[in-house]
Design a protein around this ligand. Structure first.
Ligand code: ZN
Ligand code: ZN
Length: 353
C-alpha cells in the first residue's frame, strides 16, 4: 500500500478508483471482484453491493465498506467520498472501466480531473513476494500431481473432453480452488492448433496429446504443458519433440534478471529456426503469471521490459505442423538474479504411453 501512496503523490493524484478485480484483490484482499476500491491519503474504501458487503468486511481489514443500493448507487457514494476529501485529480483504470460507466460517473463528479492510469496499477503485481511465489509453487505442484494422475487415464477411445473434465475434477478434489483457465487437451491433428478446445474427438494410437492446464491456489495461477505420444512415436514426432525440448532448455537457461523478455524468446526461437521449423512456432516464448493467467511482461520478440528477481514467467516453445500435429512444453519459473527457479517438476523426456 505504501508503494501505491507514493505512486499517487508522484502522479499528483488526490485519489484513485480501482476497478480491476485482480487489482482490488491484490490491494485489499477482497475477492468479490465487484465494485470499486477508493483510495486517498485519508480513506480506504470498498464500494460494493449487498451480495458482497459481508465478505468484503471479513476479507479486508483496514478498509471501510460502503454498500451501494438502488437509491444510492456508485455515483452518489463516490460523490460523498470525493467531496469529503476535496478531490480534484482522480486516477481511474481506463482499460477496465466501460465508456458508459465513466460517462455516468463524470456527470456526477464534475469537480474531478479524470486521469487515465492505463494498466499501471497491475504493474505493482509484477514482482511476487515470497508468500506469493510459495502459493504459486503449491499450485504448480498440484499441476505436477494432476499430470501424474492423468497419464494413467490417457488411452485410445477416451475423448479430449473427458480428459479435460478429469483434470478439473482432480484439481478441485485435491486442494485447488479452481482451474486457472479452461484446460487444453489436443490430440492428433488437433495438437497442431496451439489453443485447441477439447472436443469429442477420441484419443487414437499414434496421436500426440498436448495437455496445457493449471489451477488456482490462494487466487494464484499455475500453468504447465506436456505433450506425450499414445503408443510408439515415429521418427518425425521424435524429431519435433527433441527440437521443442532443446528450445525449451535453452529458453530456461537464458531467463535471468537483467535481460529483456525478447532475449529469451530469441534464444529459444533460434533453436527452432535452425532445425527448420521456424514457420511453425507462431506464438511468444512465454508470459508472466500471477493472480491472472496472462500478465506482463511477456517473453516475446517485442518485449523490452527488463526481467527482475521475483517475476514469475512461463517458458513454452512449441512447433505446430498443420495436418500433422504439434508439441508444446511449458514450465513456470521464478526469475532470480542469476537464472531462474523452476516450479514445475514433471518429466520432460518423450513419454510413449
Ligand atoms: Zn499453459
Ligand atoms: Zn502459458
Amino acid at each position: 500500500m505504501k508503494k501505491i501512496m507514493d505512486f499517487m503523490r508522484e502522479k499528483k493524484l488526490d485519489a484513485i478508483l480501482v476497478a480491476d478485480g485482480f487489482n482490488m484483490r491484490y490491494l485489499s484482499g477482497f475477492t468479490g471482484a465487484t465494485g470499486y476500491l477508493y483510495l486517498s491519503e485519508k480513506q480506504k474504501v470498498i464500494l460494493t453491493d449487498g451480495r458482497y458487503t459481508l465478505q468484503a468486511k471479513e476479507e479486508s481489514a483496514g478498509f471501510s465498506v460502503v454498500e451501494i443500493s438502488s437509491a444510492r448507487g456508485y455515483a452518489e457514494n463516490l460523490c460523498d467520498l470525493i467531496s469529503q476529501d476535496q478531490v480534484v485529480n482522480l486516477g481511474f483504470e481506463d482499460e477496465i472501466m466501460t465508456y458508459s460507466a465513466v460517462e455516468k460517473l463524470k456527470k456526477k463528479l464534475m469537480v474531478c480531473r479524470w486521469e487515465p492510469l492505463g494498466d499501471s496499477l497491475s504493474g505493482f503485481r509484477r514482482i511476487k513476494r515470497a508468500r506469493e511465489t510459495g502459493w504459486m509453487a503449491k499450485a504448480e505442484a498440484l499441476g505436477d500431481e494432476a499430470f501424474t494422475y492423468i497419464l494413467g487415464e490417457l488411452r485410445p477411445g477416451v475423448t479430449e473432453l473427458e480428459i479435460a473434465a478429469k483434470l478439473e475434477y482432480y484439481f478441485k478434489t485435491h486442494g485447488a480452488e479452481d482451474i486457472s483457465f479452461p484446460s487444453i487437451v489436443a490430440s492428433g491433428i488437433h495438437s497442431s492448433m496451439p489453443h485447441a478446445t477439447p472436443s469429442r474427438k477420441t484419443l487414437e494410437k499414434g496421436d500426440f496429446v498436448t495437455l496445457d492446464f493449471g489451477c488456482r491456489y490462494q487466487g494464484y495461477c499455475s500453468d504447465m504443458t506436456r505433450t506425450v505420444v499414445l503408443g510408439k512415436a515415429d521418427d518425425r514426432q521424435k524429431e519435433i519433440y527433441k527440437t521443442v525440448l532443446e528450445a525449451q532448455t535453452v529458453g530456461l537457461e537464458t531467463v535471468r534478471a537483467g535481460i529483456p523478455g525478447s532475449q529469451a524468446d530469441r534464444a529459444a526461437r533460434d533453436v527452432i529456426e535452425k532445425a527448420g521449423y521456424g514457420a511453425y512456432f507462431g506464438h511468444s516464448l512465454g508470459h508472466s503469471v500471477g493472480l491472472e493467467i496472462h500478465e506482463k511482461p511477456a517473453l516475446s520478440s517485442k518485449e523490452t521490459t527488463i526481467l527482475e528477481p521475483g517475476m514469475v514467467v512461463t517458458v513454452e516453445p512449441g512447433i505446430y505442423v498443420p495436418g500433422f500435429g504439434g508439441v508444446r512444453i511449458e514450465d513456470m519459473v521464478v526469475v532470480t538474479e542469476d537464472g531462474c527457479r523452476n516450479l514445475t517438476g514433471s518429466p520432460k523426456e518423450l513419454l510413449e504411453l
